[in-house]
Design a protein around this ligand. Structure first.
Ligand SMILES: [Zn+2]
Length: 283
């Protein structure tokens, strides 16, 4: 076979960037039997904008929510990815597997079905995170999120929280990757008190998880609790990065626009364009 070349048809999950140079291709077979080729590409990374050139309006704070996947300081919320159907399918396939004779041909076929559903769910989650990260890092000069390493220590209560943290950590990793690719600063900020503090006057109020509204007893500001948190993350991010801004701005932003909610399925189907529409609808 030496010296001979053969063409293998592939299905490309993401386009290779035009200016990218392919360094390596590694080929791997998944437990489903599907072959995967991953391309290592070398690409010039764009410069991130200088701090003094950044307009606060081109930056955003993102709250990694409990009910929503994210809520941002410009008033956008994005639902969690709904994988109910996939989970039900997984259960069905697993039940069917348990009824097959261990290591029989039918068992082996069914084992592959289960692996396929697993893989499909993994791909959906990855795709969802990449589309969101691409949107935020190409739309903004800087993106601010909470530092989860600190947050984990503050709120070490229970398994559900930790499980969600794994997804968010992965999202922040993807966000940083796209930040490098699109020349966008990704900054992690101190998370203590982002939910309690009023984003307008700074007065703290206790809020159990079921209280979804921020209603400030001191200055009267009323808005969604996660939006309020996102605004606090936004102002902490500006400070951390050293962007000069007027103290009034976050509040003006908060009261001038309505909340826009984007369902996760729209992110998955349409990618970033639907988020852009949402953004302009909010203005
Ligand atoms: Zn207040």
């Amino acid at each position: 076979m030496r010296g001979e070349t053969i063409d293998i048809p592939i299905r490309l999950h993401r386009d290779l960037p035009d200016d990218a140079e392919v360094k390596h291709v590694s080929v791997k077979q998944e437990s489903t039997g599907t072959w995967y080729a991953s391309f290592d590409v070398e690409q010039e990374e764009p410069e991130k904008p200088d701090i003094e050139d950044i307009d606060p309006a081109d930056t955003v704070g993102i709250d990694l929510g409990v009910l929503n996947f994210i809520y941002d300081s410009d008033g956008r919320s994005v639902d969690r990815l709904n994988l109910t159907d996939d989970r039900e399918q997984l259960e069905r396939e697993q039940r069917s597997l348990s009824r097959k004779e261990y290591e029989s041909n039918n068992w082996e076929k069914q084992r592959q079905r289960v692996a396929e559903v697993h893989m499909d769910m993994r791909n959906k989650k990855r795709d969802f995170k990449h589309k969101l990260a691409r949107f935020y890092t190409s739309e903004y000069d800087a993106v601010f999120v909470e530092d989860l390493n600190i947050k984990g220590m503050l709120e070490a209560d229970g398994n559900a929280r930790n499980k969600a943290d794994v997804g968010w950590r992965d999202f922040i990793r993807v966000l940083k990757h796209h930040g490098r690719k699109h020349g966008c600063h990704v900054v992690e900020v101190e998370p203590a008190g982002t939910t309690k503090e009023c984003s307008r006057c700074g007065v703290e109020t206790e809020k159990p998880l079921w209280v979804r509204e921020h209603s400030c007893p001191s200055c009267g500001l009323e808005l969604d609790r996660d939006w309020n948190a996102a605004l606090n993350i936004f102002s902490r991010g500006l400070e951390e990065l050293g962007v000069v801004h007027s103290e009034e701005m976050p509040v003006e932003t908060a009261t001038a626009v309505d909340t826009v909610s984007v369902s996760a399925s729209r992110v998955v189907e349409a990618g970033s364009p639907c988020l852009k529409e949402a953004a302009s609808a909010a203005e």
